[in-house]
Design a protein around this ligand. Structure first.
Ligand SMILES: [Ca+2]
Ligand SMILES: [Ca+2]
Length: 439
């Protein structure tokens, strides 16, 4: 046991003793906890989060699983506003030549040049529906995007062979008969980059459901050249049991070949009654998918109130929702039937209580900021900042919050080929920021 772990155990022990006793004793126990624990934790670990937790009675499964230690990288950087006037940008994807693909939730895909010139919407993407639920096929027989609630044009990812095949993949809320669902399409950018050709849908999350909530979704290619698609549970309570069932895609991570076919080594590919695309289950609403330098997939999801999670994603595993979870309903009620730990369900590597409402994420691997190498950057919508997590041996050992002075909901963060970080803000007059070492 290291000093932190001893202090943590002490605090937990003394806090539980205090809770069981009368008011005086509780006060005394609290005082002695502070006194006993103070030399170790205050010198080595000051938690960054100091607000009252939504579920203070819940205890983490291991030290450092929540309220991580404050770290300060003392990195001086400049933030340049490269572009403005983007309509609810959802994803920024750096292109090999220094330009960017940017999705706008309202249904446009644009190229923004390295200098910040905002291009016209790329043609041939998919038509934008009227936002209703009576689906008909749109122009050219392609299904419409419905920009209702949290839905719209969502993530975009480059083919692993992009420089050769100019192929891109995007996720969106597809307007369907009876509702909507998250779908993924692929297409090839024309040589002049003004249009998409050979556009086709390669994945449809089922079942179709009629609301505008919890679509996920991020797209990420693994070192295995497979496409990983992260999804949401479509929010409404009757959908929650489906997240634990394998006959549907709600609350799952999907793994498919770039042509949409199912890899034979998927964990449930041979299980009767299971959707073969499923890689993991038990997620609430995943907003990030990031591979680390060792080729491992990490995902960040919107949990219930007091339960946003960072998970290390492993083949076939069950991440708990909605039977194992931290936090509570947004109404403040307890989660019906949920516990924080149970055999057979994965614990999050980290959770936030209160929540930060995470968005996109990126492991930093560049040379521009040596002090940040290996850190996981996560955008925060509700908390309006950029979160940096220091991760060691599958544990979060430090948390730092950047860009807190700007008061902007951050929707995505990506590293460019130049080692700079690029961020988009979730506004109707959204911006693209470039973060570089201070000159
Ligand atoms: Ca992306
Ligand atoms: Ca979980």
């Amino acid at each position: 046991m290291n000093k932190n772990q001893i202090a943590f155990v002490l605090t937990v022990l003394l806090t539980s003793v205090g809770a069981a006793c009368a008011q005086n004793t509780r006060e005394a126990a609290k005082t002695s906890a502070t006194t006993a624990a103070s030399p170790a934790p205050t010198s080595s670990c000051a938690p960054l989060e100091t607000r009252t937790a939504n579920a203070p009675e819940q205890k983490p499964a291991f030290p450092g699983q929540t309220r991580g230690c404050t770290v300060k990288s003392d990195v001086a950087f400049d933030v340049t506003v490269l572009a403005k006037g983007l309509n609810r940008p959802w994803a920024v994807e750096p292109l090999p030549n220094g330009d960017f693909l940017i999705t706008e939730k309202t249904g446009q895909l644009r190229i923004v040049s390295a200098k910040g010139e905002v291009g016209q919407p790329i043609g041939g993407l998919l038509p934008v529906g009227a936002g209703g639920v009576s689906s008909t096929s749109g122009q050219g027989g392609l299904p419409p995007i419905t920009a209702r609630g949290q839905g719209g044009l969502l993530d975009v990812a480059l083919s692993p062979n992009f420089t050769k095949d100019r192929t891109i993949f995007w996720s969106f809320s597809e307007q369907r008969e009876g509702g909507s669902g998250t779908s993924v399409a692929r297409g090839r950018l024309t040589e002049d980059r003004r249009n998409l050709e050979q556009v086709r849908i390669i994945f449809r999350a089922m079942p179709t459901y009629n609301n505008g909530l919890h679509f996920g979704s991020r797209l990420a290619f693994g070192p295995d050249n497979m496409l990983y698609i992260t999804l949401g549970d479509r929010f409404d309570r009757p959908n929650r049991p489906k997240v634990q069932q394998l006959d549907n895609h709600l609350g799952k991570i999907i793994r498919i070949n770039p042509d949409g076919s199912v890899p034979a080594d998927n964990p449930f590919a041979k299980q009767s009654g299971a959707m073969p695309e499923i890689w993991t289950l038990g997620h609430r609403n995943i907003q990030s998918a990031a591979f680390d330098e060792n080729g491992r997939l990490w995902a960040v999801e919107h949990g219930p109130q007091g339960g946003d999670e960072l998970n290390l994603i492993e083949k076939g595993k069950n991440y708990g929702w909605a039977v194992v979870s931290y936090g509570e309903e947004y109404s403040g009620e307890p989660l019906p039937g949920a516990v924080t730990t149970r055999e057979g369900y994965e614990q999050p590597v980290y959770y936030w209580d209160p929540v930060i409402a995470p968005s996109g994420a990126q492991f930093y691997t560049g040379n521009a900021f040596p002090a940040w190498r290996g850190s996981l950057f996560v955008g925060a919508l509700r908390e309006q900042r950029l979160v940096r997590l220091v991760i060691k041996d599958n544990r979060v050992t430090g948390e730092e919050h950047l860009l807190t002075d700007r008061g902007q909901r951050i929707r995505d963060v990506r590293q460019g080929p130049d080692g700079a970080l690029y961020v988009v803000t979730d506004q109707t007059n959204g911006e693209l920021w470039k973060i570089t070492p201070k000159r």
